[in-house]
Write a protein that binds this ligand. Structure first.
Ligand code: ADP
Length: 239
């Protein structure tokens, strides 16, 4: 069964179409990269997958649960890291996580155990009492990943999670998420506009102007030169 399946998903804002007939699968336990230039529709797609926006056309299922028919079951299997950080900078790492768990109605004992586990997994145990304001960008992102995984979702969505990080932290975060995928069997959908966050073995989806223009193993799509393929697929016509 696919971790995520989209069928004919379309979405329009009042004046413009943002997604047209988008269909793809994210296989379980894999790192899938969704690559697209700015304005391609990546954030709109994430907003639909998390039900921030209602589906207008098509359907989405998460591990076989339809977002239209069984939204609660579908969402329960989903963890999300949004592009804009939503951490409270003046709360500690642990307080941020506890607050999130309380909002989701997680029982106290379970919350404490899960926070311990996730902080250890993100190598953040020693920072648990620090205010988030004291953490660098890469560590803040890890706190958001820990938070997204508290309820043990099987699929993690990250919307341009590396934006704003310096190049070294960007690649470290990318490596870290790949490791979660490898070691824990987590399914990942990683959206980005940066080609160097894609590796040859990734399942790659290329989105451009609301349409999926390519999908497959990155090495197969790009041959020797993925950059040239990406450029060709997303080339803008001269004005
Ligand atoms: P990406 O995340 O790939 O940069 P977006 O999903 O943000 O792309 O945007 C897709 C398209 O939808 C763009 O043309 C963008 O200008 C448009 N768009 C995004 N948000 C809105 C909005 N709230 N209202 C109208 N148009 C929007």
């Amino acid at each position: 069964m696919s971790a995520l399946e989209l069928h004919g998903v379309g979405f329009r804002y009042a004046t413009r179409s943002a997604l047209e007939d988008v269909s793809f699968n994210v296989p379980p336990g894999h790192f899938t990269a969704l690559l697209g230039p700015n304005g391609a529709g990546k954030s709109t797609l994430i907003a639909l997958l998390t039900r921030l926006y209602d589906l207008q056309q098509g359907d989405v299922s998460v591990y076989g649960c339809s977002l239209r028919q069984q939204p609660r079951l579908a969402l329960r299997q989903l963890g999300v890291v949004f592009q804009q950080s939503t951490l409270d900078l003046d709360l500690s790492v642990e307080q941020n996580l506890r607050y999130h768990a309380a909002l989701h109605g997680m029982p106290r004992k379970l919350t404490a155990a899960r926070i311990d586990e996730e902080l250890a997994r993100q190598s953040l145990t020693e920072r648990r009492r620090d205010k988030v304001r004291l953490l660098n960008g890469g560590h803040r992102r890890r706190v958001e990943i820990a938070r997204a995984l508290l309820h043990k979702p099987r699929l993690l969505l990250l919307d341009e999670a590396s934006v704003g990080l310096d190049p070294a932290s960007r690649l470290a975060l990318n490596r870290h998420v790949r490791q979660l995928c490898r070691d824990e069997g987590l399914s990942v959908l990683w959206t980005t506009h940066l080609l160097d966050e894609v590796q040859a073995d990734d399942d790659l989806l290329i989105l451009d102007r609301g349409r999926l223009v390519a999908q497959g193993r990155a090495a197969d799509l790009g041959g020797d030169d993925l950059a040239a393929a990406f450029e060709r697929l997303t080339r803008r016509e001269a004005a």
